[in-house]
Design a protein around this ligand. Structure first.
Ligand code: ATP
Ligand code: MG
Length: 421
């Protein structure tokens, strides 16, 4: 997707065949009108990597007004930048006129663009593997930047002078790490040096974009490599607002492939900070730096809290263990334990299997209404009584409603004295 269009609501297809078919129809219409037109960027790269793209960007010699002649309903989203949206079979495609970028003022966007040919359009793209075109009519890849060689050698290399390219647009530094990690490519030495040099800046890149890039890295199974690269290149300082840390992010790296974003963030926080650190305060800082959603932040907080409780597993009573093991986010916490201490993980798993036999979260034997029915006044004390009775139930001390009611009376007279039943 073109960088100018991020905020647009997109209609995409999850079907690679449908996506390619619509893209071919758009491309052929432009070619038939005499305009050189190619597929460009990520979709070409992904096909060469044997992935089936579901997003096609189309680059053309046609100017915006010429695109509109062929597709009268084309929507302009930055016509000055030569980018139009064309709807075909209910899928929206970026159709962008070949262009070169003018000067960059905010380290993110060029102030103007000039329409040009395919070769110059390739030069403005970020990495050689992203600078390829495909001519699907002649079934050719058009490579002005050595992208095919770098794909074969599995290298991320900036197009042109890497220092200039990262100085112009700081987001490219995070994209380099994402592509390197997700594809298991290495970052070419000069490109990596330039990232390290420009890493302290990252200005011009919104927190939303930084969070978005990290989310894409951390929901991929190669997230451990991404975390390591971010630290090694010094990008962790700006994205997290913390000092540089070079300890290996082993928990992040050993999480199961399907771990979600909050789990991966929790693992990284624990990897980066000693046990004495106040992890909740750090989580709040990360929320602010990465613009986490409320749902992500709440999950992150819960995973960290459960992790702290879990690290004292052997000191917990049966009721506490059962409450812990039945918490919503316990599977995430267990995944982190598996990554940090496998023998302990196996031990806890076996202990939970035993606890399961008497139920981890059985339905409570009594409810608040039951307590009121036997004359316990409806005060906040009811919550405490219910909790005590449920603990006894989890511990296996009581197993019938009668026993639960008897225990409720006892606890009530303990805490309420004369005001009890
Ligand atoms: P993915 O969609 O998987 O993130 P992609 O390479 O398709 O990968 P997009 O953001 O969709 O990335 O961008 C499409 C193409 O636009 C890229 O392949 C690249 O050629 C170009 N491009 C995107 N962002 C930049 C940028 N910041 N600087 C230069 N070129 C860019
Ligand atoms: Mg893309």
């Amino acid at each position: 997707m073109d960088p100018f269009l991020r905020k647009e609501k997109r209609l995409t297809s999850s079907c690679p065949i449908e996506a390619r078919k619509g893209a071919l129809e758009v491309l052929l219409a432009l070619c038939d009108a005499g305009h050189t037109t190619y597929f460009a960027g990520g979709c070409v790269r992904d096909r060469l990597l044997s992935a089936a793209p579901t997003e096609y960007d189309i680059a053309t010699a046609a100017k915006p007004e010429e695109i509109r002649k062929i597709f009268p309903k084309a929507k302009s989203v930055g016509e000055a930048f030569g980018v139009m949206l064309v709807r075909q079979n209910n899928i929206i495609y970026d159709v962008a006129t070949f262009r070169t970028d003018g000067e960059y003022k905010d380290h993110r966007h060029p102030t103007n663009v000039t329409f040009t040919d395919a070769e110059h359009d390739a030069q403005r793209r970020d990495f050689t593997i992203n600078g390829l075109f495909e001519d699907p009519v002649d079934e050719k890849v058009i490579d002005f930047v050595g992208g095919q060689d770098d794909l074969d050698a599995r290298i991320i290399r900036a197009i042109g002078d890497p220092h200039q390219r990262f100085a112009d647009d700081h987001l490219r530094m995070l994209r380099a790490v994402r592509f390197a990690a997700n594809f298991s490519f290495s970052i070419e030495a000069e490109t990596a040096d330039a990232i390290r040099k420009h890493a302290p800046h990252l200005s011009g890149v919104s927190k939303e974009r930084i969070g978005g890039e990290l989310r894409r890295m951390f929901t991929h199974q190669n997230r451990g490599v991404a975390a390591w690269e971010l630290q090694y290149l010094g990008l962790d300082v700006q994205i997290l607002g913390e000092k540089s840390i070079l300890t290996a992010p082993t928990r992040v790296g050993r999480l199961p492939a399907t771990a979600d974003f909050p789990t991966a963030l929790a693992a990284w926080i624990i990897d980066r900070h000693t046990s004495e650190a106040d992890l909740q305060t750090i989580a709040r800082q990360w929320r602010d730096h990465l613009l986490l959603s409320n749902r992500e932040y709440t999950a992150l907080q819960e995973i960290l809290t459960l992790h702290t409780t879990l690290s004292a597993w052997e000191t917990l009573g049966i009721a506490k263990k059962k409450r812990l093991a039945s918490a919503d986010r316990f599977p995430s916490t267990l995944a982190i334990l598996q990554a940090e201490d496998r023998p302990m993980f196996v031990f806890v798993k076996q202990a939970i299997a035993k606890l399961l036999k008497t139920g981890l979260a059985p339905n409570p034997l009594v409810t608040g209404d039951d307590l009121i029915a036997i004359g316990i006044p409806s005060t906040p004390a009811i919550g405490t009584i219910l909790e005590g009775v449920y603990d006894a139930q989890l511990e296996g001390g009581i197993s019938t409603k009668e026993e639960a009611l008897a225990l409720s009376r006892l606890i009530a007279s303990d805490i309420l004295g004369d005001k009890g039943p």
